[in-house]
Design a protein around this ligand. Structure first.
Ligand SMILES: Nc1ncnc2c1ncn2[C@@H]1O[C@H](COP(=O)(O)OP(=O)(O)O)[C@@H](O)[C@H]1O
Ligand SMILES: [Mg+2]
Length: 314
């Protein structure tokens, strides 16, 4: 079968394969890829790239629509329950496809546990509040635990084995490995009907590899590119994205105009995500989640607990 990319003028077998290596696996993806990304990561020159990117955009017929048309289009997005009605209410129903949620918090606040819970609820059919697809889990910290997922699934009275079979894990060992894996996620999401992508955490490698002020600009640029790529993935395959981010102090320090590097990644992550949720510990297993920033959900907070069931209402 001929690669659809090769239907574009100026794209032959060799160019198509170079594009695939940087995660551009279809005309849709190409239409959304910055020309600069192609020229900086392959040996394709600017004029050639420009020609076929424009041709791809023309094929897609993208341009303008009314807000009403966009509203109708967005109504088809799926919503997925977090398995905890407090958090669902905070998010107006749960996480949605074509949106990115950022969970910010220090160690032990339950970010990974929320991700585990979503690995289970995300696979449920839409009539049961899920997305009816498989889950792709990028584990950058080595904290993915099939044992804990089994426990949560069983506490939810679900069979654990099929749940585990529906989760594709990808362990990223360095930041460039993490980027490489995302490039290859495009094909995978299509083939495996992935409806939820989790990156736990998005920042750990960038943080440990880029130390010192002089490397900050490069770090932010790479992180920015990574986030935009995740966003494109969510739009192209109509899937939900959840990322986690480490933070040490209270959000006041940075959210209310303070400086510093908290949460890690700074404003790059904030601008790329649809909703930012800050989680802090309360007494015992209680946790407080705040909706810090969202285009349509007001600032508000809720309480949930971390338990055998993963997360649940208090
Ligand atoms: N089986 C369990 N039952 C109840 N609580 C658990 C269980 N396993 C871990 N926890 C709790 O979950 C929390 C760890 O949450 P985690 O999601 O790993 O945090 P984060 O990813 O934000 O660092 C800890 O407070 C721990 O006590
Ligand atoms: Mg964690």
């Amino acid at each position: 079968v001929k690669d659809p990319l090769e239907e574009l003028p100026g794209v032959g077998r060799v160019t198509a394969s170079k594009l695939r290596d940087i995660g551009v696996n279809s005309i849709d993806t190409l239409a959304m890829t910055p020309i600069h990304e192609i020229t900086s990561r392959t040996d394709i020159n600017y004029n050639d790239a420009m020609k076929f990117v424009l041709a791809a955009r023309e094929r897609m017929g993208w341009g303008f629509m009314t807000a009403k048309e966009l509203w109708e289009k967005r109504k088809t997005r799926l919503t997925c329950t977090t398995g905890c009605s407090q958090l669902d209410n905070l998010l107006e129903g749960g996480i949605r496809t074509q949106e990115m949620v950022e969970l910010i918090g220090e160690y032990g606040t339950g970010k990974t546990t929320i991700c585990f819970k979503l690995c289970i609820t995300g696979q449920q059919p839409p009539e049961k509040g899920g997305l009816g697809g498989s889950v792709l889990f990028f584990d950058t910290e080595g904290t993915f635990s099939p044992k804990r997922i089994r426990q949560i699934a069983e506490a939810m009275e679900l069979e654990a084995d099929p749940v585990l079979s529906g989760i594709i894990i990808s362990r990223a060992y360095t930041s460039d490995h993490q980027e490489f894996l995302l490039d290859h996620a495009f094909d995978l999401c299509e083939k495996e009907n992935v409806k939820l992508v989790i990156v736990d955490s998005v920042i750990a490698h960038y943080r440990s590899e880029y130390v010192g002020r002089e490397s900050l600009a490069e770090r932010q640029q790479r992180l920015n590119r990574y986030m935009h790529k995740l966003h494109r993935l969510s739009e192209i395959y109509d899937l939900a994205v959840v990322i986690t981010n480490q933070a040490q102090a209270s959000p006041q320090a940075w959210y209310l105009g303070g400086g510093g590097d908290n949460p890690a990644g700074g404003h790059i992550l904030g601008h790329a995500c649809t909703h930012r949720i800050f989680i802090r510990k309360s007494s015992g297993s209680k946790r407080v989640a705040k909706m810090l920033d969202s285009p349509y959900i007001p600032y508000r907070e809720c309480v949930f607990i971390v338990s055998e069931k993963g997360i649940e209402d208090p």
